[in-house]
Design a protein around this ligand. Structure first.
Ligand code: BG6
Length: 472
């Protein structure tokens, strides 16, 4: 389905996220014919640049970061839809006029979508500004992450947003939920009779959600030093992925049922025990421009969480993410119990522990591997590690795939909230994080290119071990 006609307003349009993801994403949607018949995109920020300058910046960003290159008729048509209007809480005249002009150009009664790609501290003032300018009625608003910095601030932000918008107008974005392979978790679990019956504590002994990055903070010190790996990645992206991995089968695949099931998982999460947390900081982080000289911000966090319900009782979930680690990966690993009896000589397996693992690699393009033991050909009964692999390219044409932000922009225009987070769920995730945020264990240094502070990061997961980097 294609969305109704739209006027899209991009706050933070001169920023990093707009350049890396949003403008290239919108253009890709245009190129594959998924934008509305008629639409306008208004870039906005406190700065004032001309339409021509904004169009040129958009072209450069799309050229640099986009999958569809800005050339030909598609680009010319898209380019014509772009304009720019500055706005600040004290002055929304230019923005108001630009929206009216765009609505006239589109004709009829187009829908209005505001995307707040602004620093977290600007979420509340921007929402309040939209309310005061009379622009909220009938509009939809996309709000970036992290949504708050703790339970108190998330509640306050939800109150501010709720005073201006109805919850049905609010799209809290977490781009991991828009990833092809994260959505595929639902298909893998609920469309196949094979896996769901073993998807519980009777068969699974641990789950890992491991998202190391080789990137450093890439000039984002102002944001990152206030945020850290836990707030930037774990409480947002990784716990959202956990929601999909751990939920009960929903009654239907719609927003109400999906969100009800993830909310139940978050309700059952046990508050984080600070003894099960490792906070690391890569050596050299404090020398990055813009970082406080004695910064206590973690650039890597690893935590163990538990879900107190019948399906998952006693199964630890290990979550790790950080900057300047040994590889850039996005991997879920489910480790299965060993068979009740070992019939094969010990010491003749070459997979760690001889355990079956299901490995969901959810970095685009994504894959799923089932690790198993098999007999090594030859005269002796000897076991070796083997795997069954699903790769998108082997089964499907990848040309139709959408990047996380692309899918979510489209879903927001269609008004489907299934892949967006809701107020109470976000608050619950901050609530279970409170022990850690209020009483953070000391940071420990780690070498750039390593896998976090040793031995703590390996001890956290004992008696198991991280799949990465050993088993790839
Ligand atoms: C963002 C974080 O939300 O996600 C970044 O702020 C991180 O620090 C990024 O690098 C990872 O997302 P992606 O698009 O690489 O999956």
């Amino acid at each position: 389905p294609r969305p109704d006609d739209h006027v899209i307003v991009l706050f933070g349009a001169t920023g990093d996220l707009a350049a890396r993801k949003l403008l290239p994403g919108l253009f890709h949607l245009a190129a594959v014919g998924l934008l509305p018949d008629r639409y306008r995109v208004i870039g906005s920020s406190r700065r004032d640049i001309s339409d021509a300058e904004f169009r040129e910046r958009a072209r450069e960003a799309i050229d640099r970061f986009g999958t569809s290159k800005p050339t030909g008729e598609t680009w010319q048509a898209f380019r014509q839809t772009l304009s720019f209007a500055s706005a600040s809480p004290g002055d929304t005249t230019a923005l108001g006029a630009a929206i009216r002009r765009a609505e006239r150009d589109v004709g009829g009664s187009p829908r209005r979508l505001f995307h707040l790609a602004v620093p977290p501290a600007a979420f509340a003032p921007t929402v309040t500004m939209l309310g005061a300018a009379g622009l909220a009625h009938g509009s939809r608003v996309v709000i970036e992450k992290p949504f708050g910095t703790d339970l108190r601030s998330a509640r306050e932000l939800n109150r501010t947003v709720g005073a201006v918008f109805d919850e049905s107008q609010v799209f809290r974005i977490d781009h991991f939920l828009g990833k092809e392979s994260v959505e595929n978790i639902l298909a893998f679990r609920f469309a196949n009779g094979l896996f769901e019956p073993v998807w519980n504590h009777r068969h699974i002994s641990y789950v890992q959600i491991d998202v190391p990055e080789t990137l450093s903070i890439e000039g984002r010190a102002g944001f990152y030093d206030q945020t850290g790996a836990y707030r930037d990645m774990i409480v947002t992206h990784l716990l959202q992925v956990l929601g999909f991995l751990a939920m009960e089968p929903p009654t239907a695949l719609d927003a109400r049922h999906l969100r009800a099931e993830t909310a139940k998982v978050f309700d059952a999460l046990r508050p984080i025990d600070v003894r099960h947390v490792v906070r690391g900081q890569y050596s050299g982080y404090r020398d990055e421009p813009g970082v406080a000289p004695a910064s206590q911000t973690e650039t890597m966090a690893a935590v163990r969480v538990e879900i107190d319900n019948w399906r998952w009782a006693g199964v630890p979930f290990f979550l790790r993410s950080g900057k300047k680690l040994g590889a850039s990966r996005q991997v879920v690993t489910l480790g299965f119990h060993e068979p009740p009896l070992r019939m094969f000589p010990i010491g003749e397996t070459d997979t760690p522990d001889g355990r079956n693992e299901i490995v969901i690699d959810f970095a685009d393009p994504g894959s799923i591997t089932v690790d198993l033991l098999a007999k090594v050909p030859g005269a002796q009964m000897r076991l070796g590690g083997a795997g069954m692999v699903f790769r998108y390219a082997d089964s499907f044409c990848a040309a139709n795939s959408l990047e996380g932000y692309e899918r979510l922009l489209l879903e927001a225009m269609l008004g489907d909230q299934s892949l967006f987070t809701q107020a109470a769920a976000v608050e619950r995730l901050w609530e279970i994080s409170s022990p850690l945020l209020e009483n953070p264990p000391p940071i420990q240094p780690y070498a750039p290119g390593s896998w976090g502070p040793q031995p703590s990061v390996d001890q956290l997961i004992m008696p198991f071990r991280w799949r990465l980097p050993h088993a790839g």
